[in-house]
Design a binder for this molecule. Sequence first.
Ligand code: NPQ
Ligand code: MG
Length: 372
Amino acid sequence: MKLRDVELRRIRLPLVTPFRTSFGTEHSRDILLVKVTSDEAEGWGECVAGAEPLYSPEYSDGAHHVIREHLLPRLLAVPDLAAHRVGPALAAVKGHPMAKAALEMAVLDAELRAHGIALADHLGAVREEVPSGVSVGIADSVPRLLDAVAGYLEQGYARIKLKIEPGWDVEPVRAVRERFGDVPLQVDANAAYTLGDAARLARLDPFELLLIEQPLPADDVRGHAELAGRIRTPLCLDESITSAKAAADAISLGACAIVNIKAGRVGGYLEARRVHDVCAAHGVPVWCGGMLETGIGRAANVALAALPGFSLPGDTSASDRYWRRDLVTEPFVLRNGALRVPGGPGLGVTVDAGFLGEVTTAVERFDGVRGT
Ligand code: NPQ
Ligand code: MG
């Protein structure tokens, strides 16, 4: 394919409810979108970086800059552009997986729309719907947390994930277990603990959690292997798993029994599929993470989550978990605790041009031939 035009667009979308994690509180999302146009089709990419570099080193302004100055010129120089050529073409630039993933996603969407193939089918999906979990932020009090969890369970979510941090861990988990019994329950620390907290984390053992996600810093894979020997709750890695190779290493070291897969974190959906394949080869269950995506990124996550190795419900929540109005004309709705996998070409969703215009804060266009 030949790109005629590339658009980098920034949007600001308010969250329906503030989302608090161990690294901060978000009230809205500042999202970078990529739109590519070829002679045959349009393609959309969503960069999952946050406004500030708190989850990982990437952030929206940084991703925007590295795409404009370093990645787009390389992408536009690829002679016969196709999604599988994006990763190799951008590999000289170190890091910036979320920025690279957004570009690959847009090219992949355009390619698949041109060929009339659904992303799920292209990736190897085996399901037409995916069970949906919900990630519940740190609350101001245990009663408020219980109200939030009750609401999500009433809506039918298949699994609850509690965000935890030192001082907000054993008590909220105990309270949720006492009130809601043996609902599928897991926790996510976003790297807020150290190995010195092992005894504290072992106090979660009696609650039979599905898993504890990323208790230690991203670069402390060996620490997670050590921690695995000190607690009974299965360890799951998120921030540490930056590639299929990192997944293979973490599994071999005994640092995780389960893997959270996020395409943005590993540089794109094609590498995400390779992470899935590595985990499947080792018998390690995976689930699809979430980064508070709009319907664009959500569509791609749901397609990925339909692959055979995704044996646990993901953070693939319905659109209304995050947005009053989604960016696509087919918002994702929870049906019997699951989301339907889009079947149309590419991402299988249509961007709502009118609403997109309303939430846009900046647009930059680049000519596909000359590069600006
Ligand atoms: C996680 N997501 O699994 C992430 C963390 C996360 C759904 O828990 C802005 C940008 C806000 C990225 C909030 C969920 C974010 C963000 C949370 C990532 O670790
Ligand atoms: Mg996480």
